[in-house]
Design a protein around this ligand. Structure first.
Ligand SMILES: NC(=O)c1ccc[n+]([C@@H]2O[C@H](COP(=O)([O-])OP(=O)(O)OC[C@H]3O[C@@H](n4cnc5c(N)ncnc54)[C@H](O)[C@@H]3O)[C@@H](O)[C@H]2O)c1
Length: 277
């Protein structure tokens, strides 16, 4: 008898227990939004930004950790250093141009250059049209889109040829997944930014891609699951939510030389949800 999809043995990569393979050896990567919010979830699972940072370190990179929350950034830095790699931490607001310029220049100065940038910041503000103010809309676009624009603008000046930028979007850019209009719209805007940035950066030998996570078991994802516990079992062809580690593996692939001929693309990490419904 065939085992139910969710009960099939899962590889160690799913839970972040696989060893590093040196895929990012010698690379210097800045992750903006590298901390983690817990959203009052008990025993919170690792978030995307932290898993991306830890996996970059495990794969041999030096990692600059930037976040608006100094404590969350410090905890990520501690976990990355335990993988045996060098880190630098920068605290600032990714929606603020001066702060982003500071994150990029500090990272490049402390790490001796920059080969990779991951823009992970993304926040949900407002609920439904009636529950979304113009300020909710503007703050969403400031944190979810302006930050990514600023990261590209300042990092593309400093990234080495062969460098790579990864912007974290969401399947909210592709299909309705929650009740937050500003989140859907701002995540969709990243596709246009990626298109422009990839074309602009190609002349310098730098690649820019999007990673598009689906229903992921992070703190925020778990909060959503409490309202609809069976949402992934019902809707996702692979029959489960993804983990932040699975997002991190997609990001590390795009950061690495394994993706040397891939630019301007979206890599959807959603267990088939958007394409196979
Ligand atoms: N969890 C999911 O199910 C899911 C699904 C699709 C996409 N995503 C995307 O993944 C990304 C975040 O995932 P996560 O698990 O790392 O979330 P998280 O909330 O744990 O981490 C995001 C980090 O960004 C930081 N941050 C927020 N605003 C900032 C700002 N203005 N300046 C600097 N740092 C700021 C937070 O302090 C936090 O440490 C977002 O872009 C989100 O849209 C998540």
């Amino acid at each position: 008898m065939t085992a139910p999809r969710a009960e099939l043995a899962l590889p160690k990569e799913v839970t972040g227990r696989a060893p590093g393979r040196g895929r990012l050896a010698g690379r210097r990567v800045l992750v903006i939004g590298a901390g983690q919010q817990t959203h009052d979830v008990e025993d919170p699972p690792i978030g995307n930004g932290r898993a991306i940072s830890v996996l970059c370190g495990r794969e041999g990179a030096w990692v600059a950790i930037a976040d608006i929350d100094g404590d969350a950034a410090a905890e990520t830095a501690r976990q990355v250093r335990s993988e045996g790699c060098r880190t630098v931490t920068v605290v600032g607001d990714a929606a603020d141009e001066t702060d982003v310029e500071g994150m990029v220049t500090s990272a490049a100065r402390e790490l001796g250059g920059l080969d990779g940038l991951v823009m992970n910041v993304g926040v949900p503000h407002g609920i439904g049209f009636e529950g979304t103010s113009a300020d909710d809309w503007d703050r969403s676009f400031a944190v979810n889109v302006r930050s990514h624009f600023l990261g590209c603008k300042h990092a593309l000046r400093l990234l080495s040829a062969g460098g790579s930028v990864v912007l974290i979007s969401s399947i909210a850019a592709l299909i309705p997944v929650n009740e937050i209009p500003a989140y859907h719209a701002s995540k969709a805007a990243l596709a246009g930014l990626c298109c422009f940035a990839a074309h602009d950066a190609a002349r310098k030998g730098i690649r820019v891609n999007l990673v598009v996570p689906g229903l992921i078991d992070t703190s925020l994802g778990r909060l959503a699951t409490t309202f609809d516990p069976a949402r992934a079992d019902k809707q996702v062809p692979l029959g489960r939510e993804g983990t932040a580690w699975e997002v991190a593996y997609a990001v590390s692939f795009l950061l690495s030389d394994e993706a040397s001929y891939i630019t301007g693309q979206s890599l959807v990490v959603d267990g088939g949800y958007a394409a196979l419904r």
